[in-house]
Design a protein around this ligand. Structure first.
Ligand code: ADP
Length: 521
C-alpha cells in the first residue's frame, strides 16, 4: 500500500503517470479521520461530510465536465456522488466490507452540469491508527455503456410488454430433439396450462386438420431453404373452439448447420373477424348495387313495355268505339254485345298499362311535380266526373261536403289521379246503391283534411298495413268481380307524400272504409 513518503520519492514519475493516464485517478483526504470501528452507515455519512479531493488528473476532471484539475481540488465526495442513490450506498458499504480495497464497482454520480454519470471504480483506503485517513482510486466512465445497457433493458422490457399486449407467444425447438420451449403467452394462445408438456406432435395435433399439411410443409421448406416463414392458420383448442393464428418461424444456423428453430405465434381472431366483416360488407354493397341496378332495369322495362303497349291498346279502344257508335255502319244486338265486352276488356287492359306506367314514372329519379296554386275541391269534382260511369253502373251516390273551395299549391294532374283512384276503389269495393262521401275541411290554420268515405266491404286491420305496398292486392268479397293491379294505392301514397302530405286509412269489415288525406295549406 503506498504512503506519502514513497509518493514523494517518485513524485516526477508519479505525476507523469497520473497526468497521462486515460483513467481518472484521484486521492481523497479525510479532514476528520473516520474510525473504522464505527457502523458502516455512520462511516458513510462521514465520508460524504469529510472526504475532499486532494489530487486528481485531467482525465478525471474531464469526466466531470471540467477543463482543468484546479477547480476540482477541495470538492467534497457529496459534490459528485449522489447520496440518495441506494446504488452508491451499496458501493460504499462494499468498500468498507472489503477492508477498504475494492475493485470494479459502479457508482452513480453527477457532473458539473448536473448530468448523470456512471463510473467503474477501483479504490484503496489508507487506515492509520484505526482510522480511515485517505483513499486512492481510479475510475473510468461507463455512462455510455450504461445508457446502451439501459436502452437494451428498456427495449427488452418493451418487447416483453409488447409480447404480452399483443399476446404474442414464442417457441424454440432444438432440431431433432423432442424438446420444445413454449412461452407462457404461447401456451395461453393454445389454451394450455403452464404445466402441460408440449411437443412437436402435440402442436401438429392442435393445428386445424385443414391447415395441417400446409403447416408441415411450410416448416419443412423453411428448414431446407433457411428462409423465414410467416403464415396464417387455424388451431383447435381442447374445448373445440377454433382460433386464427399468425405464425412466423426461422432456422438458426451454427457453423453452417441448422440447429434450432424459433418462432412466434399471435392470435389474430379479431383481425380475421374484421376481415370477414369487411368482406361481408363489400358483398352486401355489391349485392345492393346489383339489386339497385336490377330494380332500375325492371323499372325501365316496365316503363318501356307499358309505353309500347299503350299505343296499340288505345287504338283498339278508338276503333271499338267507332264500331259501337255505328260510325262504320249499323251493328246487330249480338255484335254490339260482343263489342261491348271487347271494349270493357280493352278498358281493363288500359287501366293496367296506365298503372304500370304511373308506377314506373313515380319510381324514376327524374319524376317531379308541376305544382301550381289550384282549387282542390274543383279537382275532386272533376275526378268524380271521371268515375261517373262506375258510380252509375253500381247506382252509387257521391256526396261532396265541407269547403266549396280550397286553394293549394299542387300538381293538378297528379292530384286528380289520386282522387280518381280513391273513387274507383270506393266504387269497386262497395256494393251497389251505397253512398260515397267526400268531406273537405280545414284542420287548424295550416292543414287541409280530405276524407273519402264509403260503405263498402272494409279492410281488416292486418291488411290495412299492406294496402299501400307495391303490387299488393287484398282479397275481399268483391275483389273477384273487379280488376286491379295492386299498384293504385302505392302511387297514391307517393304522390301525397311528394306534396308533403299524408294518407291514412280507417276501416271496419262490412261497414266501410275512410281514406284520410292531410295536405299542407
Ligand atoms: P287494386 O285496387 O288495383 O287492387 P290498390 O292499390 O288500389 O290496388 O288497392 C290495394 C288493395 O286495397 C285492394 O286490392 C283492396 O283489397 C284494398 N282496397 C283499396 N281501397 C279499398 C276500399 N275503398 N275498400 C276496401 N278495400 C280497398
Amino acid at each position: 500500500m503506498p504512503n506519502t513518503d514513497q509518493q514523494d520519492q517518485s513524485k516526477e514519475r508519479y505525476q507523469a503517470f497520473i497526468q497521462n493516464s486515460s483513467e481518472g485517478i484521484w486521492r481523497f483526504e479525510i479532514d476528520e479521520p473516520i474510525p473504522v470501528s464505527l457502523t458502516p452507515s455512520i462511516q458513510i455519512k462521514r465520508m460524504y461530510q469529510h472526504a475532499y479531493l486532494a489530487e486528481t488528473n485531467i482525465a478525471l476532471a474531464r469526466m466531470y465536465g471540467f477543463k482543468s484539475v484546479k477547480p476540482m481540488i477541495g470538492m467534497k465526495v457529496s459534490d459528485f456522488l449522489i447520496e440518495s442513490d441506494p446504488q452508491n450506498r451499496a458501493y460504499l458499504e462494499a468498500f468498507i466490507a472489503s477492508g477498504y480495497n475494492l475493485s470494479q464497482v459502479e457508482s452513480h454520480e453527477r457532473d458539473k452540469h448536473g448530468n448523470d454519470k456512471y463510473f467503474l471504480n477501483s479504490l484503496i483506503g489508507v487506515v492509520e491508527d484505526g482510522k480511515l485517513v485517505r483513499a486512492w482510486g481510479t475510475q473510468h466512465d461507463v455512462t455510455d455503456q450504461k445508457a446502451a445497457g439501459q436502452a437494451l433493458q428498456l427495449s427488452e422490457e418493451r418487447l416483453k410488454l409488447a409480447l404480452q399486449a399483443s399476446s404474442m407467444g414464442l417457441w424454440e425447438w432444438e432440431i431433432g430433439s423432442s424438446e420444445l420451449y413454449w412461452s407462457p403467452e404461447l401456451r395461453k394462445i393454445y389454451g394450455l396450462s403452464l404445466s402441460e408438456p408440449v411437443s412437436f406432435e402435440m402442436y401438429m395435433s392442435m393445428v386445424h386438420p385443414e391447415d395441417r399439411e400446409m403447416a408441415g410443409s411450410i416448416a419443412e421448406n423453411s428448414m431446407k431453404t433457411g428462409e423465414t416463414y410467416q403464415f396464417e392458420h387455424r388451431i383447435v383448442h381442447h374445448d373445440g373452439s377454433i382460433h386464427w393464428l399468425l405464425g412466423t418461424g426461422r432456422v438458426i444456423h451454427e457453423n453452417g448447420k441448422p440447429v434450432r428453430m424459433i418462432g412466434t405465434s399471435m392470435n389474430i381472431d379479431s383481425v380475421k373477424q374484421a376481415q370477414e366483416l369487411k368482406a361481408a360488407n363489400t358483398e352486401l354493397k355489391t349485392e345492393r348495387a346489383e339489386l339497385l341496378a336490377l330494380n332500375r332495369a325492371k323499372d325501365e322495362f316496365i316503363a318501356l313495355a307499358s309505353h309500347q303497349l299503350r299505343t296499340p291498346a288505345t287504338a283498339v279502344k278508338q276503333y271499338i268505339s267507332l264500331l259501337i257508335n255505328e260510325i262504320a255502319g249499323p251493328v246487330s244486338a249480338d255484335q254490339l254485345q260482343y263489342l261491348q265486352i271487347a271494349f270493357n276488356s280493352n278498358e281493363r287492359q288500359l287501366r293496367i298499362i296506365n298503372d304500370l306506367l304511373k308506377t314506373a314514372q313515380i319510381d324514376s329519379s327524374l319524376y317531379t311535380l308541376k305544382k301550381e296554386k289550384s282549387d282542390l275541391v274543383s279537382i275532386i269534382r272533376s275526378a268524380c266526373e271521371d268515375v261517373e260511369t262506375a258510380f252509375e253502373m253500381r247506382e252509387q251516390k257521391v256526396v261532396i261536403k265541407g269547403l266549396d273551395k280550397a286553394v293549394l299549391n299542387i300538381d293538378v294532374a297528379e292530384m286528380k289521379l289520386v282522387f280518381v283512384n280513391l273513387f274507383e276503389n270506393a266504387s269497386k269495393y262497395s256494393y251497389p246503391k251505397t253512398t260515397i262521401t267526400v268531406d273537405v275541411r280545414k284542420s287548424g290554420a295550416k292543414k287541409l283534411e280530405i276524407r273519402v268515405k264509403d260503405q263498402g266491404v272494409g279492410i281488416s286491420k292486418q291488411d290495412r298495413t299492406r294496402i299501400f305496398d307495391k303490387f299488393t292486392r287484398v282479397d275481399n268479397e268483391l275483389s273477384d268481380t273487379v280488376s286491379g293491379t295492386g299498384l293504385g294505392l302505392y302511387w297514391v301514397e307517393r304522390i301525397i307524400m311528394l306534396h308533403d302530405g299524408s294518407i291514412t286509412v280507417e276501416s271496419e269489415r262490412g261497414k266501410g272504409t275512410t281514406f284520410k288525406i292531410c295536405l299542407p295549406l
